[in-house]
Design a protein around this ligand. Structure first.
Ligand SMILES: NC(=O)c1ccc[n+]([C@@H]2O[C@H](COP(=O)([O-])OP(=O)(O)OC[C@H]3O[C@@H](n4cnc5c(N)ncnc54)[C@H](O)[C@@H]3O)[C@@H](O)[C@H]2O)c1
Length: 357
């Protein structure tokens, strides 16, 4: 399968290595900065192997010239929808970094376009492939927790001025959003996926407390109510001093509870279910960074989904739902009242200027 990578910045070495590990035929790169492509290759230690591949500054030229079967998009978040719609319109199977888009409307357009052009579209919520997360999912599916009562996610990470200075799109409402949209959306995806998917109501607070040089929030908290009656809390921030402290996810049911921890829900801290086949307490999946190891499994599943003509494990709908959850918190926080879901129209850009008063 001919594969091209669109967007060769900070996260891109994970895409390149995942594509190589899964035997994709890597044919070209797209980035408006050739220097960034060099940098990516260096960081992935793949300069020798792929340094001479064609490079494009514009994704449409790449699509028309190289005719890849599959692309992954790792552009700034505000460009995901435009690039994805172009790729899909060219009949290319498209894996999009999170968030899928910056508005519910664009996410819906992507879902509709994928169906119209009969291409596979997935989203990089790679933490779904964490071993601990997979075990939690299996426990819920096996019924070991019984009826779910409630859950919680906390993402307590650290990002300083140096991080936001790396690129102009970071921390801006239209191109990135705040910490809930960028850092916390993986945990939010997991919480929604584990507790039942369909949300009916969200109430949240967001604030910009310690990063006056960004537009959007650096801390957010919310309560969520699901259609099945379960409730949940979320707390996300980049205001920890110096270190990524933790990403924890808990789920409580009538016959047990599970708490995942570590820096990105990659360990099992509590595994208490009398019906469980084995005790996984203390399970640790080692990771080099908070992105985890999931990109390789995600690419493997996506490529298999294309070959088999089935839905990928992380669908565009899943990406839309994670995005919708974040936007619901933004909307609730801006309006000072609970928000009913589903949202049909809401964009991160709607909140431009929110903390400038
Ligand atoms: N899944 C994860 O765990 C994870 C981790 C980090 C980032 N991300 C997501 O990946 C995306 C990229 O993040 P990043 O940290 O790598 O950003 P980055 O700024 O480091 O990289 C973006 C790249 O896109 C290029 N670019 C910008 N505009 C372009 C254009 N018009 N045409 C072609 N190239 C263009 C830039 O030159 C840069 O190399 C974001 O959406 C982010 O949310 C996901």
């Amino acid at each position: 399968m001919k594969y091209a990578l669109i967007g060769c910045g900070r996260v891109s070495p994970h895409h390149l290595k995942a594509a190589k590990a899964n035997g994709l035929e890597i044919v070209a790169f797209c980035d408006c900065s050739s220097e960034n492509i060099d940098d990516m290759l260096r960081r992935a230690s793949l300069t020798e192997e792929f340094g001479t591949l064609p490079r494009y500054a514009d994704w449409n030229t790449l699509l028309h010239t190289e005719k890849p079967d599959m692309v992954s998009i790792a552009l700034p978040s505000g460009l995901h929808a435009a690039a994805a719609l172009d790729c899909i319109a060219s009949g290319v199977h498209t894996l999009i970094e999170k968030p899928i888009a910056m508005s519910v409307q664009d996410a819906e357009k992507i879902i509709a376009a994928a169906e119209n052009h009969n291409v596979t579209v997935g989203v990089c919520h790679q933490n779904r492939f964490n071993i601990a997360v997979q075990e939690m999912r299996k426990a819920i599916d096996a019924g070991w927790l019984g009826q779910l009562s409630h859950g919680a996610v906390t993402v307590r990470w650290s990002r300083g001025k140096g991080y936001y200075d790396q690129a102009d799109w970071r921390g801006k409402w239209a191109s990135d959003g705040g910490t809930l949209m960028n850092q916390c959306i993986h945990g939010i995806d997991l919480l929604r996926w584990m507790l039942g998917g369909e949300l009916v109501e969200v109430f949240g607070f967001t604030e910009r407390r310690q990063h006056p040089y960004i537009e959007a929030e650096d801390v957010g908290v919310a309560v969520l109510k699901f259609a099945n009656g379960a409730v949940a809390t979320l707390e996300g921030t980049v205001n920890c001093t110096d270190i990524d402290l933790e990403e924890h996810l808990s789920v409580f049911g009538e016959t047990g509870m599970i708490k995942l921890g570590g820096t990105s829900a990659n360990t099992v801290e509590v595994w208490q279910m009398p019906h469980a086949e084995s005790d996984l307490s203390g399970l640790i999946e080692k990771t080099d960074n908070v992105y985890g190891n999931g990109h390789t499994s995600l690419f493997k599943d996506f490529a298999a989904a294309v070959r088999e003509g089935r839905e990928p494990y992380v669908t565009a709908k899943a990406g839309r739902d994670a995005l919708e959850t974040v936007l619901a918190v933004y909307k609730s926080a801006a309006e000072g009242k609970p928000v009913r879901l589903p949202l049909t129209e809401c964009s991160s850009a709607d909140f431009t200027g929110r903390f400038d008063v």
